[in-house]
Design a protein around this ligand. Structure first.
Ligand code: NAD
Ligand code: UDP
Length: 330
């Protein structure tokens, strides 16, 4: 096993998917805390712009790589966060076999790296492991209602398989693996064209295009601001001992998609009409985390209410879109 310095400040942390929406915020927070960060990303759905401000940071290293291929890191690593996977339904369904391989082979590869380095491992799982839930709110002991044949299966079943890999490695005493089940998260640095509800509605409202609602709009989601999520990820990675069970991280405030659209319309002066489009297949009807486990084990709960986080996100999109519009086309 490689030698490492184990004091809190000098840990070296591998963040797979670190150029993505959540991953780039995690890299920021780890660097701020004084850690060395190695970001591994294929830029499938992430963006170089997300990590450009970190490029010259002395504690930041960027490795462009697809986690589906075998690899190792040529310096000791203390912690591995696995956030690498497209998260937006249109993006993870664009190449479903690659999504499944990312979840299974990619997670297995990163678990092997963690094992070789004696590093702790945190897997970014998802509320999608509950599928279209028949229990509400969702507690971690609910086993879910997932279609293994539908268009979301590459992601849902891939993430379920990744959880199984983590708990097998933990039971075998091979890796200190932890699993977080992330509920819908939003905030600055979402890709404007990623197809998710918050980015779609805000971009449509800012550009004066119709706001698209799929189905009746009465389906619900619970929206967590990205800084709250990152605090939860770090708390679960750092808690001692390893709880050995999956932990939901999300904001229990539950909103219909119609309510979310109304908030966006009220917030963005250029917002146009709302139009209704067909509901995608297997779209979950209700989703809300039970976060009592995170509260008890980690002392974690979200701090940012939807209205506040949505305003920050709207402000960010307004300047990001203006900057894109004013940048000369290359
Ligand atoms: P994102 O698409 O913005 O980020 C994913 C990152 O992983 C991107 O930078 C992408 O380029 C990279 N990536 C994808 N496949 C890869 C591969 N095979 N090899 C290397 N890099 C790869 O998504 P996000 O919203 O930041 O989500 C991050 C993680 O959190 C994902 O694992 C996702 O499943 C999980 N999650 C997110 C949410 C959410 O609402 N944002 C909800 C549940 C779970
Ligand atoms: N949705 C919508 N309009 C859009 C994008 C999404 O009504 O332009 C709906 C989608 O059908 C789902 C909800 O919003 O019911 C959340 O979608 P998202 O893709 O953000 O996340 P997920 O379905 O994975 O929770």
């Amino acid at each position: 096993m490689l030698q490492r310095v184990r004091d809190g400040k000098t840990k070296t942390i591998l963040v797979a998917g670190g150029a993505g929406f959540v991953g780039s915020h995690l890299c920021d927070s780890l660097l701020l805390r004084g850690n060395r960060v190695i970001c591994v990303d294929s830029f499938l759905t992430g963006s170089k712009a997300n990590v450009r401000p970190l490029e010259n940071h002395p504690n930041f290293r960027l490795i462009e790589k697809d986690i589906c291929g075998l690899f190792d890191i040529d310096e000791p690593v203390d912690q591995v966060y696995n956030l690498a996977c497209a998260a937006s339904p249109p993006q993870y369904q664009a190449d479903p076999m690659h999504t499944m391989m990312t979840c299974v082979t990619g997670t297995a590869n990163l678990l092997s790296i963690a094992e070789r380095h004696g590093a702790s491992f945190l897997q970014a799982s998802t509320s999608e492991v509950y599928g279209d839930p028949e229990e509400h709110p969702q507690r971690e002991d609910y086993r879910g209602n997932v279609s293994c044949t539908g268009p979301r299966a590459c992601y849902d079943e891939g993430k379920r398989a990744a959880e199984a890999l983590c708990f097998d490695m933990l039971r075998a005493g091979r890796t200190d693996a932890r699993v977080v089940r992330i509920f819908n998260t939003y905030g600055p640095r979402m890709q404007p064209n990623d197809g998710r509800i918050v980015s779609n509605l805000l971009v449509q409202a800012i550009s004066g295009s119709p706001l698209t609602i799929y189905g009746s709009g009465e389906q619900t989601r619970s929206f967590c601001f990205v800084t709250d999520l990152v605090a939860g990820l770090m708390a679960l990675m750092d808690v001692d001992p390893n709880p050995g069970v999956p932990v939901n991280i999300g904001n229990p405030g539950e909103f219909t998609i119609n309510e979310l659209a109304e908030m966006v319309v009220a917030m963005v002066p250029t917002a146009s009409e709302i139009v209704y489009r067909p509901l995608p297949m297997d779209d979950p009807q209700r989703r809300r985390p039970d976060i009592s486990r995170a509260q008890q084990l980690l002392g974690w709960e979200p701090k940012i209410a939807l209205a506040e986080g949505l305003q920050q996100t709207a402000d960010w999109f307004i300047s990001a879109l203006a900057e894109r519009g004013s940048r000369p086309k290359t």
